[in-house]
Design a binder for this molecule. Sequence first.
Ligand SMILES: NC(=O)c1ccc[n+]([C@@H]2O[C@H](COP(=O)([O-])OP(=O)(O)OC[C@H]3O[C@@H](n4cnc5c(N)ncnc54)[C@H](OP(=O)(O)O)[C@@H]3O)[C@@H](O)[C@H]2O)c1
Length: 267
Amino acid sequence: MKSIDRASVLITGGSKGIGLAIAREFASHGHNLILVARDRDRLEQAASTISSRFGNSVETIAMDLCGENAAEQLFETVCQAGLSVDILVNNAGAGMTGSFARGDGSRMTNMLKLNMLVLSQLTHLFLQPMLVRKRGRILNISSVVAYFSGAPNWSAYVASKHYVLAFGKGLARELKGTGVMATVVSPGPTKTDFVKTADASHMRAYQITGGSSVEKIAAVAYRACQNGKVTVVPGVFNKILAFLGELHPRAVAFEVFAFLSQKKEQS
Ligand SMILES: NC(=O)c1ccc[n+]([C@@H]2O[C@H](COP(=O)([O-])OP(=O)(O)OC[C@H]3O[C@@H](n4cnc5c(N)ncnc54)[C@H](OP(=O)(O)O)[C@@H]3O)[C@@H](O)[C@H]2O)c1
């Protein structure tokens, strides 16, 4: 399998957490970057740290991907700047825990938009020039929860990550022989700002595992993407979780994950 050298890599949510670690990993292998996120200052800080350490070109685009026609606007901005994208990393995602019925409706809409709709739109737009060039990679970030048949207390988030996994697997098969490959990476609980914004710190899943390292996730993601691997779950514990999630009867796996989704009582 031929890996892509000196690629131009667009990473959504590349300013912090898993996305920033993926950005550093690609930069360390000599690729140029385009980082996208909302907070302009943090984005520029990330870009200047990466380019001074690795000497790569790092462009930034500050944009809310939940905004009106965001995917089209991002694609236009990239084209107008004369940039091309060989590798698209759909990493930006939001999470939400707690009761679905009592949760905030507009937050839920934005989460589903970012995790599924924008990810699909960006894939569709950036895929076209890759197919013409017969060269490219799509790297989508799902979650280990995608391997479970569902989970209470974050029902909509888990379902959105199912979408990312199922979409990625189907897409990878469709792209066979085109020179473009699609990979889905499904990390387990990882201590990033996501835990706070999704209000997930109280969950057993986060308290039991202590969290994966973003650097390890990024290294696994980079290798899988370059090798055209369709799916990958970083870390042994998460691989076991994913395996459990797919075990039959799935009702048992559902109960295991319901347990992990609950609040851990303080001793
Ligand atoms: N942390 C975990 O436990 C975990 C586990 C499995 C999977 N994941 C997945 O991993 C991915 C990255 O999560 P993370 O843990 O690294 O989260 P994070 O630390 O909160 O980072 C999220 C990134 O996405 C950007 N972002 C968020 N909303 C955006 C929007 N509307 N428009 C543009 N950019 C936006 C953020 O920057 P701004 O805020 O400046 O926009 C930031 O760069 C997500 O898809 C998540 O579902 C996380």
